[in-house]
Design a protein around this ligand. Structure first.
Ligand code: GAL
Length: 382
């Protein structure tokens, strides 16, 4: 009798351990820890869109049944690298990374070491051969829309060599590959007017971002608004003191509003501001477009970018060799393969379409659900 009871006790013990172990691994019960982990590393929250990107990425990943861990680098690449390291330690199977600068490359090589796939999100990861995918908007087209918006808003087609229009240039952060494509897209529209002599640049005048020295002089480190405001104030009392500016090329909305703030403080522009471009369809800028203080912005629906990024991630994790992403085109299929050039490799770059926003369609980002009800109320966008 004793022998049977001992066997029973041993069997019961093993059964309990197996169940508990299975519960921890989420085996038969399919516990939450069974789902693969997608790590999401966003760069900062100064520019509001990144807050929306992070929330959308996490929601889209969980919608497809993944676990998702969202981290925010608060503008510090060292901090973001530590966060990426932690995500790898937690067993992330794929990382979605919105970088701050190419210092991120060391963390991406750690991911490659651990055989963890990486998607560069909205900003290319430069000087790295350790990843294969990049998803963003057509950033050259973003710049073209900015250039076209300024041409229209300052009525440049009516300008003459006897009565030229005057513009000054701002670019985004020199640490951000997008900034170079934004500027090149805009100057591809503006350069023919300069060559005709009907548009004159006040201050540094690079023809494109390959003019590195002059591009660096118009670039705005870290996309920081106070840097743009200070530079605009210096231009108004310096290079631009003896002309009246008709336009300012601003690469995104936070810089556009800082530049407009500087102009509003200058008596010369009390009656008429220069026309100013922008990007990101931020609520505060939609209000300034509605009241005529900002000429345009570019709407990049980060909800769509996040959804597309997670659809791409899902296919990568399922081993699909050539992922197809609805709503995105491969840069190589439209002659823009260079958008995926990291400097060490050409990665697959998926591009979504940006949308031009002016006084005629400023409600579009609200209708699309990109602007929250609180933002509508806070910015008088009813
Ligand atoms: C760029 C991004 C823009 C804007 C800017 C400022 O990389 O493409 O949409 O957000 O950063 O953060």
């Amino acid at each position: 009798m004793k022998k049977i009871s001992l066997v029973l006790v041993i069997l019961l013990a093993f059964g309990a351990m197996a169940f508990a172990g299975g519960g921890q691994q989420g085996g038969g019960t399919g516990g939450a820890s069974a789902a693969p982990l997608i790590g999401i590393a966003m760069p900062e929250t100064t520019v509001l869109r990144w807050v929306k990107d992070g929330a959308s990425l996490k929601a889209e990943a969980e919608k497809l049944g993944y676990r998702a861990e969202l981290q925010n680098g608060n503008g510090d690449q060292v901090q973001q690298n530590q966060q990426i390291g932690n995500l790898l330690t937690q067993g992330a199977k794929l990382l979605v990374v919105g970088q701050l600068n190419d210092g991120v490359a060391s963390a991406i090589s750690d991911a490659a070491r651990d055989k963890v796939a990486v998607i560069a999100y909205d900003r290319i990861i430069q000087n790295s051969a350790d990843y294969d995918y990049y998803i963003t908007f057509n950033n050259f087209k973003v710049g073209q829309l900015q250039g076209q918006g300024l041409v229209k808003a300052m009525n440049l087609d009516a300008a003459t060599t006897a009565a030229p229009k005057y513009i000054t240039y701002f670019a985004g952060s020199p640490t951000d590959g997008n900034a170079f494509f934004f500027f090149d897209g805009a100057t591809s529209v503006l350069n023919p007017y300069i060559e005709k002599g009907v548009l004159k640049v006040v201050g540094p005048a690079p023809k494109d971002s390959k003019d590195t020295a002059n591009f660096q002089r118009i670039a705005t480190e870290g996309w920081l608004p106070n840097i743009a405001k200070n530079r605009m104030e210096n231009l108004l009392t310096g290079d631009a003191r003896s002309v009246t500016l008709d336009a300012v090329l601003a690469p995104n909305d936070t810089l556009a509003r800082a530049i407009i703030e500087a102009c509003l403080a200058d008596a010369k522009y009390a009656q008429k501001l220069p026309v100013v471009s922008g990007q990101d369809a931020e609520a505060a800028s939609l209000a300034m477009i509605k009241n005529g203080q900002q000429a345009m912005t570019v709407f990049k629906d980060t909800g769509k970018l996040a959804e597309a990024a997670i659809i791409l991630a899902d296919q990568i994790l399922k081993g699909v060799a050539n992922p197809v992403v609805p709503g995105a085109v491969l840069a190589s299929s439209i002659g823009l393969e260079s958008i995926g050039d990291t400097g060490k490799k050409v990665v697959k770059a998926y591009l979504l379409d940006p949308i031009n926003i002016t006084k005629d369609n400023w409600r579009e980002p609200i209708t699309a659900g990109f602007i929250s009800a609180d933002e509508v109320a806070a910015n008088g966008l009813q």
